[in-house]
Ligand binder design. Structure first.
Ligand SMILES: C[S@@+](CC[C@H](N)C(=O)[O-])C[C@H]1O[C@@H](n2cnc3c(N)ncnc32)[C@H](O)[C@@H]1O
Length: 270
């Protein structure tokens, strides 16, 4: 089994995505999704951005490597009566089922950054976008002090080192790497712009309960806990994460969690 696919099918990302819905909706409005726009949401999960884009009238295809999330996305779209939104399985490094120049907008919010071959991601997203169209990526930033970069940093300290040649997904949060990857796909630096943006995670429970959701349902954290348990370090990992979540919580209530996280928004004019 492809380890990238196995990682994301392992848990149930829907449990985390449910805390990201408001920010997904706000983001698609900010990036200018309009009626009739042909949108590809790559690494779409269960539709945090795909569904609100379809609600704005866009014609949306969500592609994700995890079959459980594709199923969940199609279920959500059906439940909402959105005939203009469908989800299918696919790999951001090889979109062979999609024709050249077939989308006005390719969106990938914390999605394609997790695919193992970044040059292939840049090449494939460029290929399927029509000239005059856009690619918008949301990428977590390495060493950023906010939530997700810190969860991934803490988790990786408890996980065995990755195989030789592994390129960290976090390198998509470094502007020079993004520029180099799209340059290799034929798009020069002048076509690329960067903006710091924010996604807020809203969870109806205390920060420690939110950590439990990551422990039970978020692939990278599940792997970290499995490795930590083997080394007798699970309690240390739990403590580090609880401290992080509690420190970052901005909710005035003790039984609720609201944590903003900074990401790099990349816009490429194709
Ligand atoms: C952190 S989740 C984000 C999901 C969604 N964009 C959201 O914001 O809710 C990462 C997603 O990327 C998907 N993914 C990881 N590697 C992928 C690949 N190579 N091709 C397509 N999807 C991939 C995962 O299955 C998962 O749904």
């Amino acid at each position: 089994m492809n380890p990238n696919k196995a990682l994301w099918e392992k848990g149930d990302f829907t449990r985390i995505a449910e805390t990201m819905r408001e920010s997904g909706e706000a983001l698609v409005k900010r990036i200018g999704v309009s009626k009739g726009l042909k949108v590809l949401d790559l690494g779409c999960g269960d539709g945090t951005t795909a569904i609100p884009a379809a609600k704005l009238g866009a014609d949306v295809l969500g592609v994700d490597i995890a079959s459980n999330l594709v199923e969940a996305g199609n279920r959500r779209a059906r439940g909402l009566g959105l005939a203009n939104c469908r989800f299918q399985e696919g790999d951001a490094t090889n979109l062979h089922q999609l024709a050249d120049r077939s989308f006005d907008l390719v969106v990938s919010i914390f999605g394609a950054m997790f695919a193992p071959k970044p040059l292939d991601v840049a090449r494939e997203t460029t290929r399927v976008t029509r000239p005059g169209g856009r690619i918008v990526m949301g990428n977590w930033i390495p060493n950023d002090p906010t939530l997700v970069a810190q969860i991934l940093k803490i988790s990786s300290a408890y996980t065995p080192p990755p195989p030789e040649g592994f390129v960290s997904p976090m390198t998509w949060g470094i502007e020079s790497h993004v520029i180099e990857r799209f340059a290799r796909a034929g798009l020069p630096a002048e076509r690329i712009s960067f903006k710091r943006d924010t996604f807020t995670f809203n969870f109806p429970g205390a920060p420690s309960a939110f950590v439990d959701e990551f422990r039970k349902y978020y692939g990278p954290t599940m792997n970290a806990f499995e490795a930590a348990e083997r080394n007798g370090k699970a309690a240390d990992l739990q403590k580090e994460l609880e401290e992080l979540f509690t420190r970052q919580n901005q909710s005035p209530r003790q039984d609720a969690t609201s944590i903003p996280a900074t990401f790099l928004r990349v816009t490429v004019a194709v």
